[in-house]
Ligand binder design. Structure first.
Ligand SMILES: [Zn+2]
Length: 586
């Protein structure tokens, strides 16, 4: 008997542990109860029918025509579209490698990564400048002049941009292109190391090599691309269609007005208390949460992008489907800096995401308009909208809650706003206020133009830097760290880029002036309620979705009714910083 009992116990234990083990009460509940209407999981489906899906009328959707692949009577143009699609794919791969370089790449991989990026750039250059490509462009242009009716405005602009890319790449040798691509990332490391050590001799040696390389590229382009000077040839890469003589004339007007406006503003500011210092402890995670929330609010799509921190300097870029923004590692004592940086990069990001990607994909006509327009998109968000009183009345209570600073006077809308519009000359471009920012850019523009045109030697840069700062801002840095080593641009070979910040600021002010007329005073009510979409939608319509359909002057004139001018920026600065109620208004 006991043997039988022992046998049954063993069998029961076996069945319990091995056969029925997976059938837990949860399993029974999910498998059995869910089959019974109104009791289990099935009940939820019955009780809450998806009425929207059943009853909502389906809006007829126009099929998206992917113009990249759309048949065209010119067979040469069709082949060009496929070739430039592949060029665009390689550029996208290079962008992804670049983002990775700044964020997730292990330090030990940097040399091989430079090789990978340089190789891709060489391949892109070879493809664009091949004899086959020259032949196809000539045949497509001939088709266009013989059959103008077959070419609509987008195809016409696409061919024009293909031709421009081809003629800009052609005079430069693949060796120079490869060296420049390598330097553009090697320079980030060199800059980081020279800056942290304040090592001017090492920086001087590296900058001499970069400038020499850029001079060779500039001279090759200058002769072939019909530009007036080597510096203009470099500037043209970042700001196609903008002439150096125009820049010098705009900057002259700005410099003249600022020479009286700045002292007026500083004098007027003496009548009011300075803002309270906001340095405190702001956890990094909370800062990143705030940055992401604000990016979502301005319309950045996190399904097609992300926000990352980097130990390097931030750089704009990415593709419409993969727009990874990078900002410098957050400072736990200063959330305003990281928010400013995120909003700036966010402005770049929504521009990239708004380009005509679904129709034109990798085609040249779907690319952005270059650095000046790119910076205008970043600055209209960071420098103009995020310095309005309305913006801080929205953000202040949220920031107080986030950082547990309820009733903290430093986080009041007035104090935050005052911090952002307080004018104070500083040696640092990145922390400069909106009024003196232009003078920092003007200073760098004059120096880099002279470095490329041979009027200034690298060895004399620190002295020239300090003299310019004294001249324009009345202050001088204590060391090269606060002086000529502060920016990454020259280290990565970006000569001709700096003017784009000031031109971008001018354009941002001109767009803002027109947007305010179009949207009326409601614009500030929307901003105060955290609805930033009127700003983004306006930019999307006027700038983003046009890609490179229009050339610079036409884009600006279509959007604002007139050509670019420094007047709207001067009017904006006078209005924001000199009007009686400047410290409490837009
Ligand atoms: Zn930028």
């Amino acid at each position: 008997m006991s043997t039988l009992r022992s046998f049954l116990t063993t069998v029961t234990r076996f069945l319990k542990n091995n056969v029925f083990a997976p059938f837990t009460p949860q399993w029974w509940k999910s498998r059995v109860l869910s089959k019974i209407p109104f009791i289990g999981r099935g009940a939820k489906k019955q009780a809450l029918p998806d009425t929207d899906a059943q009853t909502a009328p389906v809006a007829p959707q126009a099929p998206t025509v992917v113009r990249q692949y759309e048949e065209h009577p010119s067979t040469a143009y069709m082949e060009l579209k496929y070739n430039f699609r592949d060029v665009g794919r390689m550029q996208a791969i290079s962008e992804t490698l670049g983002r990775d370089f700044l964020t997730a790449m292990p330090e030990g991989a940097w040399k091989s990564r430079l090789g990978q990026i340089a190789f891709l750039h060489r391949r892109i250059h070879e493809d664009i400048t091949s004899t086959r490509m020259s032949d196809l462009i000539e045949r497509a242009k001939s088709h266009q002049s013989n059959h103008p009716d077959d070419w609509d405005e987008w195809d016409t602009a696409n061919l024009r941009e293909m031709d421009t890319m081809h003629s800009h790449y052609k005079p430069v040798s693949p060796d120079l292109i490869e060296k420049r691509a390598r330097m553009s990332y090697e320079g980030r490391r060199q800059h980081r190391d020279c800056l942290s050590a304040g090592d001017w001799p090492a920086a001087r040696e590296y900058l001499t090599r970069v400038i020499d390389l850029n001079k060779q590229i500039a001279e090759a382009k200058c002769q072939a691309c019909n530009t007036n000077s080597p510096y203009e040839a470099l500037m043209d890469e970042y700001m196609p269609g903008i002439k150096l003589s125009d820049v010098e004339s705009w900057f002259g007007t700005m410099e003249k007005r600022l020479s009286t406006l700045l002292p007026e503003i500083l004098e007027r500011q003496k009548q009011t208390e300075p803002p309270k210092d906001m340095h405190d402890f702001y956890p990094a995670k909370a800062q990143m949460w705030l940055n992401q929330a604000m990016l979502s609010a301005i319309g950045f799509d996190f399904q097609r992008g992300g926000l990352y921190e980097t130990g390097h300097n931030p750089v704009e870029g990415g593709t419409p489907e993969d727009t990874r923004l990078v900002i410098k590692n957050v400072d736990i004592h200063n959330f305003m800096d990281s928010l400013k940086s995120a909003l700036h990069e966010g402005g770049h990001g929504i521009y990239i995401q708004g380009l005509p990607r679904t129709t034109w994909r990798y085609q040249p006509v779907a690319q952005d308009m270059g650095a000046a327009v790119h910076e205008s998109q970043a600055l209209i968000i960071e420098m103009i909208m995020a310095r309005t009183r309305a913006f801080y009345s929205y953000i202040s209570p949220r920031v107080e809650g986030l950082f547990h600073g309820l009733q903290n006077p430093t986080l009041s809308a007035d104090n935050m706003h005052k911090n952002k519009i307080w004018v104070q000359p500083t040696t640092q471009r990145k922390s400069a206020d909106e009024v003196t920012y232009f003078l920092h850019v003007l200073h760098r523009f004059k120096l880099e133009r002279d470095l490329i045109n041979g009027k200034l030697k690298v060895a004399d840069l620190p002295d020239a830097w300090n003299a310019g700062m004294r001249d324009l801002l009345g202050i001088e840095p204590d060391s090269v760290k606060d002086g000529c080593l502060q920016d990454v641009h020259w280290f990565v070979g970006k000569f001709g880029y700096f003017p784009s910040y000031a031109i971008g600021h001018m354009l941002a002010a001109q767009l803002y002036q027109t947007m305010r007329k179009d949207e009326g005073s409601d614009l500030f009510e929307h901003i105060a309620q955290g609805n930033f979409m009127p700003v983004t939608s306006w930019m999307r319509e006027k700038i983003h979705k046009k890609g490179r359909l229009l050339q610079f002057d036409d884009l600006v004139t279509e959007a604002t009714g007139k050509k670019l001018s420094p007047k709207p920026l001067i009017a904006h600065l006078e209005s924001r910083y000199l009007k009686d109620n400047a410290l409490i208004s837009a």
